[in-house]
Write a new protein. Structure first.
Length: 212
């Protein structure tokens, strides 16, 4: 049994990111489900692991890590994944791509946020789908424009998967779940096609991790 443990939920975007990175690193891990629908994240056991009550939590190398971007950085630093360019300029631009998803789109489209917005609107018809589409599509349109600064071959920033790809694919999953139109985003669709064919991404996909 692996001594690396990932506390995650199959549909969690942040968990999806970390599953991809663990697969890229070739790290075998044991998945422990924290059922967000049942409220496991608010239980005493999980709050001991992460006082924020979020997933994922990664136990690795004697550490208990929270926050997916911090986990990705740790895996990059310790397993040599080369998720970001070395040169400061390209590195900053690649990080901006990743943050456009993980820092700007994802938090406001967290399902708990959308549900709260729905409640404030008295359960208005079309919520939370309208909320999701209102933020996801413009955010991805901006990401599409930002991709124009890079030589895609075929991933976001080059010939190998990087941090931006790891952040983008979970957001594409959410976009399709909420019926966001991506037809006018050829660069994003190209990245999606490449990542879909990559085993590390395929095995991390929510459908491959959904409860049976």
């Amino acid at each position: 049994m692996s001594d690396v443990v990932l506390y995650d939920y199959w549909r969690s975007s942040a968990s999806y990111r970390v599953r991809i990175a663990l697969n890229l690193a070739g790290i075998a891990y044991r998945s422990v489900v924290v059922d967000l629908v049942k409220g496991d994240q608010r239980g005493a056991a999980h709050l001991t692991r992460n006082p924020q009550g979020f997933v994922p939590v990664l136990e690795i190398d004697g550490l208990c890590l929270t926050q997916s971007l911090a986990m990705l950085d740790y895996l990059d630093q310790t397993r040599g994944l080369q998720l970001l360019p070395v040169e400061p300029g390209p590195r900053a631009r690649a990080q901006a791509l990743a943050h456009a998803i993980a820092v700007d789109i994802h938090p406001v489209c967290n399902l708990s946020v959308a549900k709260y917005a729905t409640a404030l609107n008295g359960g208005a018809e079309g919520m939370p789908g309208d909320w999701m589409r209102n933020f996801i599509r413009p955010g991805l349109q901006a990401f599409e424009a930002m991709l124009g600064e890079f030589d895609q071959a075929p991933y976001c920033t080059g010939s190998d998967p990087g941090l931006a790809d790891i952040c983008l694919m979970p957001q594409i999953y959410n976009a399709r779940r909420w019926e966001v139109d991506l037809s006018d985003m050829p660069r994003i669709l190209g990245v999606e096609a490449a990542c879909t064919e990559h085993p590390a991404f395929a095995v991390a996909h929510p459908k491959a991790n959904a409860p049976s």
